[in-house]
Design a protein around this ligand. Structure first.
Ligand SMILES: Nc1ncnc2c1ncn2[C@@H]1O[C@H](COP(=O)(O)OP(=O)(O)OP(=O)(O)O)[C@@H](O)[C@H]1O
Length: 451
């Protein structure tokens, strides 16, 4: 198939579809092919008589996650089989404010700049959109932009669309600024995700699982949907871990003085999960992409001194609602010893890591996933089952519950085992401290979900 090597020209091509492939022929008789699965959309806005096909050329057709580059060709007429791809420019790309593009340069394996040049910039140009580009200069850039620009517009009722070329971190930064502000948001920004991170939990959960190009498909044919957000209240004395674990920043308390609230939209975890996220967030580990999580997990599950994995101590209480009667019941895990504790607000933490098959994307649910101390090999088996379509949730050893609220009281002496992960941020809870999770009623951000 000539997808990568064929040189597309500015001709108007005649086009026909056969066996999920668009066959195009130029006036001079040159022939090129495009897999239908690589088509982003067909625009007929500029000239209805010569629709434009936007498609991704993948140098390595076998690797569906390879970013590739975007190409546009005009065709002389629309084959019926292409009508499913017909799109018009959606309202969220027609705001008076230019589209805001954020390139988070260190996300994942540092591909975001190339993804912008090869996919997003050509997309914006072909669709004829005005845009402003912001490249991150530090870990604070997205928060600073949110403070200085996005929040102002949202509070003034100005519609805006933000394209995030990042992992979950970019979204988490926006959540932090918008939800910690006391200002009143009139018009939530509409956020398009172009997955460039390591886990890309939110993007994968809303269906963007074929690399960064899937973000373009959602951008041209998407539905802005409120982003459910959750409040994590943490006891006083907690600290944010920064600088690859070397430094701590006290989190302080909210104005009422009894706890600090952090807002989240993806995942809160403790025990093995938070430890592996914390341990693997170093420049050295980041080079390994998604593998870094497995590498860190192995070190925790099979300690080098030959001992068994750590038994995490704490009391976990949670409430559930009976779907039929609406009755709320309070439950406590049968033991205070734990190995794996994850509260997920999304179904997937990575493309194929289906941590919570019962969670509807952007549905506003929290699911607790937990198991107690078990042999390391058994823990590995459960994690493998999660990669095999979320089969771990039916195992007897796993607690899996749709929870309304949850509280953990930490009973660990060492700070090392009191590290929790709140949407990728690592927080150490004080000795004897606690964490509570609640559903947050405000909806201040919208995520563009693929239709
Ligand atoms: N120019 C920069 N200099 C330093 N840090 C940066 C810079 N740009 C981004 N960062 C930081 O790099 C991290 C990137 O996080 P992001 O979530 O986007 O990617 P990831 O962690 O690889 O993916 P995921 O969260 O989906 O697993 C964030 O902490 C962000 O603040």
């Amino acid at each position: 198939m000539a997808t990568a090597s064929f040189k597309w020209g500015s001709d108007v091509y005649s086009a026909e579809v056969a066996e999920d492939v668009l066959h195009c022929t130029s006036h001079e008789g040159a022939q090129g092919t495009i897999k239908l699965s690589n088509i982003v959309g067909v625009l007929s806005t500029n000239s209805p008589s010569t629709p434009s096909v936007l498609f991704v050329v993948k140098p390595d057709d076998e690797n569906e996650e390879a970013p590739g580059y975007l190409q546009k060709i005009d065709i002389s007429s629309l084959p019926p089989a292409l009508s499913q791809f017909l799109v018009t420019v959606p309202d969220y790309l027609k705001h008076s404010e230019p589209v805001q593009v954020i390139i988070s340069v260190t996300s994942g394996t540092q591909t975001a700049q190339a993804v912008f040049q090869d996919l997003v910039k050509p997309f914006l140009t072909h669709v004829g959109l005005e845009y402003e580009v912001h490249e991150t200069k530090s870990a604070q850039t997205i928060k600073e932009l949110a403070q200085s620009q996005f929040l102002d517009r949202a509070c003034s009722g100005i519609p805006q669309t933000i394209i995030l070329l990042s992992g979950d971190g970019g979204l988490v930064d926006l959540v932090e600024v918008f939800y910690e502000s006391s200002r009143s948001v009139q018009t939530p920004p509409q956020i398009a995700l172009v997955p460039c991170g390591t886990g890309n939990a939110m993007a994968s959960s809303i269906g963007l699982r074929s690399g960064p190009a899937s973000g373009l498909v959602a951008l041209i044919r998407g539905a802005p949907t409120p982003l459910p957000t959750f409040a994590a209240r943490i006891s006083p004395g907690s600290q944010l871990v920064i600088d690859e674990g070397r430094q701590r920043v006290p989190l302080g308390v909210d104005a009422h003085g009894s706890y600090r609230t952090l807002y989240c939209a993806v995942v809160v975890s403790w025990a093995l999960h938070s430890a592996l996220v914390a341990d693997s967030d170093t420049t050295e580990y980041r080079k390994f992409g998604r593998e870094r999580f497995k590498m860190a997990a192995n070190k925790l599950l099979y300690p080098s001194d030959g001992t068994e994995p750590h038994r995490f101590n704490g009391k976990i209480t949670y409430s559930t609602v009976n779907g039929q009667t609406g009755e709320v019941s309070q439950e406590t895990t049968d033991t205070n010893e734990h190995m794996y504790v994850v509260v997920s607000m999304v179904p997937r933490l990575e493309k194929n890591f289906l941590i919570s098959p019962g969670t509807e994307p952007l549905g506003g649910q929290m699911h607790l996933m937990r198991w107690g101390p078990i042999p390391a090999d058994e823990a590995v088996r459960l994690v493998v089952l999660a990669y095999q379509g979320g089969l771990h949730v039916s195992e007897k050893t796993v607690t899996y519950a749709d929870v309304e609220q949850l509280r953990i009281e930490f009973e660990e002496d060492s700070e090392h085992w009191r590290r929790v992960c709140i949407d990728g941020n690592i927080v150490t809870v004080e000795k004897g401290g606690w964490l509570e999770l609640h559903k947050e009623p405000r909806q201040l951000l919208h995520v563009i979900k693929p239709c």
